[in-house]
Structures are given as structure tokens and as C-alpha cells.
Design a protein around this ligand. Structure first.
Ligand SMILES: Nc1ncnc2c1ncn2[C@@H]1O[C@H](COP(=O)(O)OP(=O)(O)OP(=O)(O)O)[C@@H](O)[C@H]1O
Length: 767
């Protein structure tokens, strides 16, 4: 009996296996004979688990790139896929990855089958999520390998993974360090945002990765912007298929995207942005800056100015946990403003973004296309606003030549607001904010300095003093790299080189610096090292870090003083700051100690006896130092006659005491003020802690979530005068053409505490 049932189950197992084999064989045949473009996933030659998962995720109809790329990729061909932003490229490569492994009967024991490389961590995470969604009914193992995660944990799981989604730097780290990481069985390599991964920033990393991968593999490249042919050669593609669905479209950007630009002087950019936010409170907005420090400064200032909408910020200098949390929060929020750098520019799919605002112009048209592509995704509408400096108007030519339609707008005079005074007050009150402002200033100038397109980005035409003033800074911070550039250029000129060559060399040096970094976040150091990299001491770094532009000058003076009289040397450098240099301490000839010459037996004996030796020394002279630091004999400072010239002794005593008393009173007043300031600070910290306990914490030093509501913490400190009144400003700008539909989203039921607060604020202020 038992044997009978065992036989039956054996039979049914082998029957099932045979059916599966047959199914796979049929699928293989369908794939190889398939050559039509179909509209629905259901009609593609896909396995049942994939079809079911797609259906469950509500993916029914294929987009253009999916129609044209999936069936070709299923045949194992190399692919170069290009389609506009938000057109569904992710599924176009994920479906073939899963299916091709499935048809090859890949199991967890077969090792690594597919590698998907993304330029940023957030994009890798998003791709991984989609992979999990559509591959959940398969039995493959998949892993996410990105910087900022637990390296050990990743390493221990590597050997068991069939599909890996990763960022280039972290992948190479594992390739170099993890003994159990074997890539020899790899079947497929996918480069998402291929042009970015193949460009200079990742060149060395990617080349090192490619050399470790088997040559016989399927390679798929996808991007919204074109990959240069010379870059492709590095991948040794096998007779690739070029699938470019929007090649003949009128525009390279989505058709349902309205694009505007305005010409804004540098000092007015933050005013304009703040005005824009205040007049678009109910919308979801992404704002791009060129550096992390600008993002932080704008975020810290704006949240204190309470625009009445949740504010968030995202950049590469935040901890990974914060980055992930903020990205998730912005995804789920209906209306919010996300201030960010270009780590958000590519691939990220935040739902229902209404506006993309570029406060700083992008480095090139490619970056522009990717940035604006964060809105108007997959059949939705969207709007984009670009701020150009008067000196950057040449960028419009670049956009035009790449088929980007953009329209000029002007802000209505009556709608202009200024937050300059508010920023000044904030920076005055909070040295940390001022320090951040100084860093933001330097970062911005540096970013313009580093940009390649010198016809558009002209660092020498930046109104730096006015810009510093507009940021609320008490003075213009020193821009050391520009000074270095000038001095380097003049040295090079002397050596027969032109200034242009000199600055080009500096740029290429900084390109090298970028190579090892993640995405575009590397250009964040405030100081540009000149073409020769110098080793900086701890003290140098400290001076560079704290109060740039204030201490830097102080330090220069210190240096001047310490080295005045020093033996001039060509090798003078910053490291010499802590090194004692030979300083001439020559005294007058007559005061010089006569050398004790040992020219007889007697003197030889004396030389061993300290006390006797003293009589050969000149008489000691008591010296004091005057205010200029000159040594003068003690008794020469004052004698009785000169002393009495200033009045009788008693009078002088009284006036001296009077002066001292005044000085003490003054010092006392200052002390009292300091104590008061400390008390205020304590109170503020206590209040912040209380708020933190209630879930409202947001610390300037923490890269955590932020919202407009955080500024409430400053209310009791008399910050009311900093709040700019909220007015209902419907028409913020004017276009020559009829008004564009701004795609206003109605307020939904607030879901989070921040939403509720922002809504309450708006209601109170009548927005
Ligand atoms: N066939 C489909 N049906 C419905 N929605 C889809 C389909 N394909 C993709 N989408 C959705 O469209 C959005 C954009 O897709 P995806 O992120 O893949 O675009 P992309 O072309 O990679 O954009 P980018 O160039 O910015 O990286 C996503 O929200 C995705 O879920």
C-alpha cells in the first residue's frame, strides 16, 4: 500500500517535471520565433509566474520601449535602449533578466546570473524593489549591493545571489575583497543610466568591473540620453540592437511637460525660490541645487522662515538611513518641497511630482533632461522651471540644439519678495548657519568654476559680493581656489603656458578626484586642490573648516608674523605653518656673547666646572617686550622723570583706578550678556528636546527629515519677525502665451503629523 502511494507520487512528480520541461521548450520556441510588436504583456512570450506578477502589479499594457525591447532581449541579444524619461525602461530590462534565467533553469546553486548596475543608491534601491515585485513568484535569489549598507552582511550573502542590483563602487569593493564572490557564471550585465555609468566619473571603477566579468554574456544598456560610441567600445558588445523609440520625436523631453526658464541675477535666486514655494503650497516640488551645502543652507534657512509646506532635503552627504527615509517620505507625501542635488536627477520615480525647479543650471543638456524627467512621468503632466543667470543665457542654445522646447517667463513685479534681511538676521543669530552659508557660497562658486562649458559658466562674471550679501553673510568669504588659480596661472605664464591651460589642468585634476566617488556628489570639498595635490596638516584642515573667510585671514596674518624675518624659500607651503623656521635673532655685535675658546690646559679644566665658567659670561640683562614685541631693557621702559610727566603720583593712581573700574564694568556687562545668551540657548535646547520627545525633532547637524513646521521651535526666541507673511499669490509669473495649466493638486486628507501641521498653518494664514 505504502509502496503503491510512493510510486504514485513519484510518477506524478516525474509527470510534473515533464510538463515543466515541455512548457520551457514551448516557451523557448516561442521566444526564438517571436518577431512582432505586441501591446500587452499577456501576448509576450513570458513565463506564467512573470505574467501573473505583472498583472498583480497592474502592469497590463506595454509602453513603446517595452514593446520594442523586451522580445529582442528575450532572445539573448545585446541591446542599446534609449527612450524618454519616465517611459518604462526599468521593466524593459528587468523582465528579460528574469525570463532568460528562468528559461536557463537557473537555481540558487548556479551562482550569479545577472548584474544590474545603477549610478546612485536610491535608483538601485528602486530598481531592486521593482525586481522583487515582478520576480516574486520565481525562486531566484536577489540582492542589493550599495554603499552605506552593512558591508559584512552584504558580503556574507553574495555567494548565494542569482541577481544583484548594485552601485559601481560597492560592487568593485566586493569584487576586490570578498573571497566568495564569483562572477564567472554571469549571463547578463545591465547598465541602467548607461551614459552616466560609462562617463568619466565611473570610468576606472567600471573598467575594473568589466575586466572581471566573463566576455561571453548578454549586455543591455538603457538611458534616456545617448551613450557615446567610444564609451560603448569598452563593453565589447556583440552586434547590438539599437532600440531608440523617440528618435524621430519632435522633442527629447516628454510631450506632457511644460518647460519654462527665467533669467535671474545670482543674488535674487533664493528670493525667487522662496516666492515660488509660497505661491505653490499645495504642490509636490523638486528643487535642484549644484551642491550639498547649498541644499543644506537653503533647507535650514527656509525651514526657519516657515513657508507653510513640508520641506525635505536629500543629498549625498547624508547618512544612508536618512537618505532612504527621506526618499520614502517624499514618495508617500502629497505636497512637499524636496531640496536636492543631482543624486535625485536620474531614474528616481517619485509619484505625481508637479514641478521641477532648477535653481542652479545643470552642467549640460543631458543633466537637464534627466532632472526635468522627475516630473511628467508615464502619461502624467508636469512643469519645469530653470533659473539662468544673465551670463548663462548661452545654455538656451544648447537646449535648442538638442530639441528641448522651453519658454521664457518673468516674475510679476508685484509678486517679488525678498528674504535677504531675514537671512541676515538668521545668520547673525546663528553662527552655525552663517558657517553653512559660507560653505554654500564657496561650494557654489567652486561648482561653476569646475563646469566644463566655459561659454555658459563664467566664474569671473559671478557677482560674488552681492551673492554673499544675499545669503546673509557679513562679508564675502575668500575664494582660495580662484586666488590659487590666478597665482598658478601667472606662474604658468612665466613658464610659457597660458592661463587657460593652467585652469584646464586644474579641472582635469578635479575630474580625477571625482572618479572614485558615488554619483555626482564628489565635488563637495570646499577647497580645490591645485593640479599638484598637497598634503594638508590637521591645523590646515581646521582652519579651512571653521569660519572660512574670517579665520582664513587671521591665519594669513599669523603666518605672515611667524615667518617675518624667516629665510625666504621657494618651498614655502601650508604645511610649514607648524614648523619652526630659522628666524634671525641677531643681537647687536657688542651684546653678543664672547665665545669661550679652549686654548690651554687651564681653560680645559675650567670648562668642566660650571660655576667657574659663569665668570666668562657677560652680565645678565633683564629685558621686557614693548607692545610691538621689541625687546627693551627693563629699566629703559620708564624712569621717574618720564613717569612724572603724566601728572602727580596720586593723580595717576586715581585715574588708573578709574580706568580699571570702567574696564571692569564693561567686562561685567559683557559677561552678563554671555550668561543671558547661554541661558537662552539652554532654554532653546530644552524646548527642542521636548519637541523631539513629541516627534518634532530636527537638528541642524542631523541630516534628518525636515518640514516647515520645525521652525516653530524658534517662535519663542522672537523669530516672528523672520516669518514672511503668507499671502494668497495666485499668479506668480507671467508668460507671453496664455496661462499654462499648472496642474494643481487638491489637498487630500493629511496623513502625517507634518501634513496636518502644514495644512493647519495654511488654513490659519488663509492660503
Ligand atoms: N507598462 C506599464 N504600465 C503602467 N505603468 C508603467 C509601465 N511601465 C512603467 N510604468 C511606470 O512608469 C513609471 C516610469 O517608469 P520607469 O521608472 O521605468 O521609467 P524610466 O524610463 O526608467 O525613466 P528614467 O529615464 O527617468 O529612469 C514608473 O512608475 C513605472 O511603474
Amino acid at each position: 500500500m505504502a509502496r503503491g502511494s510512493r510510486n504514485r507520487s513519484k510518477e506524478s512528480r516525474s509527470k510534473k517535471r515533464q510538463e515543466q520541461e515541455q512548457e520551457l521548450q514551448d516557451l523557448e520556441e516561442r521566444v526564438s520565433s517571436f518577431s512582432e510588436v505586441v501591446d500587452h504583456f499577456e501576448d509576450l512570450p513570458l513565463s506564467q509566474p512573470t505574467k501573473s506578477a505583472l498583472k498583480n502589479a497592474h502592469f497590463v499594457k506595454c509602453t513603446d520601449i517595452q514593446k520594442k525591447a523586451i522580445y529582442v532581449a528575450l532572445k539573448g541579444r545585446d541591446i542599446l535602449g534609449a527612450a524618454k524619461t519616465g517611459s518604462g525602461k526599468t521593466l524593459a530590462f528587468l523582465i528579460p533578466v528574469i525570463e532568460n534565467l528562468y528559461r536557463r533553469k537557473w537555481t540558487p546553486y548556479d551562482g550569479l546570473g545577472a548584474l544590474i548596475i545603477s549610478p546612485t543608491r536610491e535608483l538601485a534601491m528602486q530598481t531592486f524593489e521593482t525586481l522583487v515585485k515582478i520576480g516574486r513568484l520565481h525562486s531566484f535569489s536577489a540582492g542589493l549591493i550599495i554603499g552605506g549598507n552593512d558591508y559584512k552582511q552584504e558580503r556574507d550573502r553574495l555567494s548565494r545571489m542569482n541577481i544583484l542590483v548594485c552601485t559601481p563602487g560597492r560592487l568593485l569593493q566586493h569584487m576586490d575583497q570578498a573571497i566568495n564572490f564569483d562572477t564567472s557564471s554571469l549571463q547578463m550585465l545591465v547598465l541602467d543610466e548607461a551614459d552616466r555609468i560609462l562617463d568619466m566619473g565611473f570610468r576606472k571603477t567600471l573598467d575594473a568591473i568589466i575586466t572581471s566579468l566573463p566576455k561571453k554574456r548578454q549586455t543591455m544598456l538603457f538611458s534616456a540620453t545617448q551613450t557615446s560610441v567610444s564609451d560603448l567600445a569598452r563593453l565589447s558588445l556583440h552586434d547590438p540592437d539599437y532600440i531608440s523609440v523617440h528618435e524621430h520625436a519632435d522633442h527629447v523631453t516628454p510631450d506632457n511637460l511644460n518647460q519654462f526658464y527665467l533669467v535671474a541675477p545670482l543674488p535674487e535666486k533664493l528670493d525667487i525660490l522662496f516666492g515660488f514655494i509660497k505661491t505653490h503650497l499645495k504642490l509636490k516640488i523638486i528643487v535642484f541645487f549644484s551642491s550639498c551645502k547649498q541644499v543644506r543652507f537653503a533647507f535650514e534657512c527656509f525651514k526657519r522662515l516657515r513657508p507653510g509646506v513640508p520641506l525635505m532635503h536629500l543629498h549625498g552627504k547624508q547618512k544612508q538611513a536618512s537618505r532612504t527615509e527621506i526618499a520614502a517620505k517624499f514618495t508617500s507625501t502629497k505636497n512637499a518641497v524636496l531640496l536636492c542635488t543631482d543624486i535625485v536627477a536620474r531614474g528616481l520615480d517619485f509619484p505625481a511630482v508637479d514641478w521641477v525647479v532648477q535653481v542652479d543650471a545643470p552642467e549640460d543638456v543631458q543633466t537637464y533632461i534627466h532632472r526635468v524627467g522627475r516630473t511628467a512621468r508615464f502619461e502624467r503632466g508636469g512643469n519645469a522651471l530653470l533659473m539662468l543667470l544673465p551670463s548663462e543665457e548661452a545654455f538656451l542654445k544648447r537646449l535648442d540644439s538638442k530639441k528641448v522646447p522651453i519658454e521664457r517667463i518673468n516674475i510679476k513685479e508685484g509678486k517679488k519678495t525678498s528674504i535677504r534681511n531675514n537671512l541676515q538676521a538668521l545668520c547673525f543669530k546663528d553662527p552655525d548657519l552663517k558657517y553653512l552659508g559660507q560653505k554654500a557660497f564657496i561650494s557654489y562658486v567652486r561648482s561653476v568654476f569646475l563646469l566644463k562649458d566655459k561659454e555658459v559658466f563664467k566664474v569671473d562674471e559671478l557677482p560674488t559680493a552681492e551673492f554673499a550679501d544675499a545669503l546673509g553673510l557679513p562679508g564675502t568669504p575668500r575664494i582660495k581656489f580662484l586666488e590659487n588659480r590666478k597665482s598658478n596661472a601667472s606662474i604658468k605664464k612665466k613658464e610659457g603656458k597660458t592661463a587657460l591651460e593652467a585652469s584646464d589642468e586644474e579641472e582635469s585634476a578635479s575630474d580625477d578626484e571625482e572618479e572614485a566617488s558615488d554619483a555626482s556628489e564628489s565635488s563637495e570639498e570646499d577647497e580645490v586642490n591645485s593640479s599638484k595635490r598637497t598634503i594638508r596638516s590637521k591645523v590646515d584642515r581646521m582652519f579651512e573648516r571653521k569660519n572660512q573667510g574670517i579665520l582664513a585671514e587671521h591665519r594669513e596674518k599669523l603666518l605672515e608674523r611667524s615667518f617675518s624675518g624667516a629665510v625666504a624659500s621657494d618651498s614655502d607651503s601650508d604645511e610649514d605653518f607648524m614648523r619652526l623656521k630659522r628666524v634671525s635673532h641677531d643681537l647687536d655685535d657688542e651684546k653678543k656673547e664672547k665665545p669661550f675658546l679652549i686654548d690651554s690646559k687651564r681653560k680645559e679644566k675650567v670648562a668642566t666646572h660650571k660655576k667657574t665658567l659663569l665668570k666668562y659670561r657677560p652680565n645678565p640683562e633683564k629685558l621686557v617686550f614693548d607692545e610691538e614685541g621689541n625687546a627693551v631693557p627693563f629699566y629703559a621702559v620708564n624712569n621717574e622723570d618720564t613717569f612724572l610727566k603724566d601728572g602727580a603720583v596720586a593723580e595717576q593712581i586715581t585715574s588708573h583706578l578709574q580706568k580699571e573700574r570702567e574696564a571692569l564694568t564693561q567686562a561685567d556687562l559683557q559677561d552678563k550678556e554671555t550668561v543671558r545668551e547661554k541661558r537662552r540657548e539652554k532654554k532653546r535646547i530644552r524646548k527642542e528636546k521636548e519637541r523631539a520627545a513629541n516627534g518634532f525633532a530636527d537638528d541642524i547637524d542631523k541630516d534628518d527629515l525636515g518640514s516647515g513646521n520645525d521652525s516653530a521651535a524658534y517662535e519663542s526666541e522672537g523669530a516672528e519677525e523672520e516669518a514672511v507673511p503668507v499671502k494668497k499669490q495666485k499668479k506668480w509669473f507671467q508668460v507671453d502665451e496664455p496661462e499654462v495649466d499648472r496642474n494643481i493638486v487638491e489637498t487630500e486628507m493629511p496623513t502625517t503629523l507634518e501634513d496636518q501641521e502644514a495644512l493647519a498653518l495654511r488654513l490659519l494664514e488663509g492660503a
